[in-house]
Ligand binder design. Structure first.
Ligand SMILES: [Zn+2]
Length: 492
């Protein structure tokens, strides 16, 4: 069993792992987009040292863009085989990929207009794919993977387990004559949010595990809810708009459900809530369709005909005109809009309208990468001095109160990851989907528990069961050479 990673190796986005089995069968696990701007996103255009037409199968662990976003490109480059996933992942992947195609095409047109004025048209890269390409990729989806049930994929026995990260997320047990391998995909933050906890995985010879937050502990869920509730009450008293930038999948549904609970029990006044994200509204349909997957409280509400994602004051905003009209609404109101890191989307015009007003509150519930608009606002708020940020070409003063709530993360922390590994026996552990510094901090934790661990290098093939690298740790894995990864937008 050999593994070669073309993404999420020594970084957190672009998950794409090529598994080669004895006898030459090749299976691609995930096919995600690199995110985080600049050099990182330029990697989306790179070619692979294999012919996509030669792959036997693709398996998707979950529908986040950094795990599915290069699939239409793979199909453009010749892949015509099956793409296995769970039914909820297929439903969400459609929403995610169509939105991605729209952004690709819009971004391309914008870059082209700008480049024409500077006579640099030839430098603009074409969009990775369009809506038509997405439909071709969606036609290959085989949503037949069910938790706990084995499926034959190109002669390999594949059993998905509940990963508890987002709706439909799975880790994979892959069994063949070569051995037993677990690919973790992204693992969930236990005892939090809408998803049931991950199920303990079985024993394996090797585990490839994500390490996004392998060096830290999350705040407990009750503490996070208390912190969120406090921030909301303070914000309502401040009297202005309460802006909550949010990812369309999982985070928006979690925040809506939490707002409903806090308002229903009287902890937070019933002020209007605007969900200004058509993508989040579309994604929420999948939560209804697959409600049995969710924590009992939400599942039972859905079975009883309730809408657990709709506070009584909810307005779902669909058109751009409606979105603009919210700014004319007087008095306090919650505005939930994308995108989560404020790098684009409707949240930007709300920020431009309200960030400079002292009565406004900005409640941050998602990871903000340092270079993003959200990252700049948080960094400025931490200094305590008035700062100014550029939004849609305009300098805007940050006078709003900024509240940062860290505990809504959908990723496992160090305790969760160690708990996941605790039932797997004595496998060789391979680390992916993390910054090198974080993985370096995790390796001693594995050693303490008698587990042999290694970092999966970028693009270099490793023998998963042979263990270790022939010739020692590959060059390029020294801390100084680590690629400048940023945490994923959709993958937070
Ligand atoms: Zn994810």
């Amino acid at each position: 069993m050999r593994l070669q990673s073309f993404g999420a190796a020594c970084t957190v986005t672009g998950s794409m792992h090529l598994l080669t089995l004895d006898g030459g069968r090749r299976i691609l696990i995930d096919c995600g987009l690199f995110q985080g701007g600049g050099e990182m996103e330029a990697r989306n255009h790179e070619t692979y040292p294999f012919d996509p037409a030669d792959l036997d199968a693709v398996i998707l662990t979950h529908a986040h863009l950094d795990h599915v976003g290069r699939l239409p490109l793979l199909v453009n480059r010749g892949y015509r085989g099956p793409v296995y996933c769970t039914p909820p992942t297929a439903a969400l992947a459609e929403t995610v990929l169509l939105d991605s195609a729209r952004l690709q095409v819009e971004g391309y047109r914008q870059d082209l207009r700008r480049a024409r004025r500077q006579d640099r048209e030839h430098e603009v890269l074409p969009p990775l794919y369009d809506e038509e390409d997405v439909h071709r990729a969606l036609a290959l989806l085989r949503p037949v993977l069910e938790f706990g049930q084995a499926t034959d994929v190109a002669g390999l026995r594949v059993t998905p387990g509940r990963a508890g990260h987002i709706l439909g997320s799975a880790y994979l047990l892959l069994e063949s004559a070569d051995g037993r391998l677990i690919m973790s995909g992204d693992l969930g933050n236990r005892k939090s949010g809408l998803q049931l906890d991950f199920t303990p995985p079985p024993q394996a010879d090797a585990v490839v595990i994500e390490t996004t937050y392998a060096n830290r502990s999350h705040r407990t869920w009750p503490a996070t809810l208390a912190e969120f509730s406090d921030a909301l009450r303070v914000s309502v008293r401040a009297g202005g708009k309460i802006l909550i930038p949010s990812f369309a999948i999982e985070r928006s549904q979690t925040i809506l459900h939490t707002l409903k609970k806090l308002m229903d029990c009287g902890e937070v006044p019933r002020i209007p809530v605007f969900l200004d994200s058509p993508m989040a509204a579309r994604a929420t349909r999948a939560y209804f369709e697959f409600g049995d997957e969710l924590v009992p409280e939400v599942r039972d509400a859905l079975r009883g005909g309730e809408d657990p994602f709709a506070p009584s004051t909810l307005h779902v905003v669909l058109t751009g005109d409606e979105s603009q009209r919210i700014n004319r609404y007087d008095g306090p109101a919650v505005i939930l809009a994308g995108n989560g890191m404020m790098t684009g989307g409707r949240i930007q015009h709300h920020l431009r309208h309200h960030l400079w007003k002292p009565g406004t509150s900005l409640i941050i519930v998602s990871y903000q990468s340092p270079g993003s608009l959200g990252g700049q606002i948080v960094a400025g708020a931490d200094t305590g001095h008035l700062n100014t940020v550029k939004i849609m070409g305009e300098d805007i003063a940050v006078r709003a109160q900024v509240h940062t709530i860290g505990g809504f993360s959908a990723h496992a922390d160090q305790d969760d990851l160690l708990a996941f590994l605790s039932s797997t026996g004595n496998p060789h552990v391979w680390l992916v989907h993390g910054e090198v510094a974080v993985m370096d901090a995790f390796l001693p934790e594995l050693a303490l528990r008698g587990l042999k661990g290694d970092i999966v290098p970028d693009r270099q093939e490793v023998d998963l069961l042979g263990g270790g690298f022939s010739g020692g740790r590959p060059s390029g894995l020294a801390l100084d050479d680590a690629p400048p990864g940023t945490r994923s937008e959709a993958g937070e």
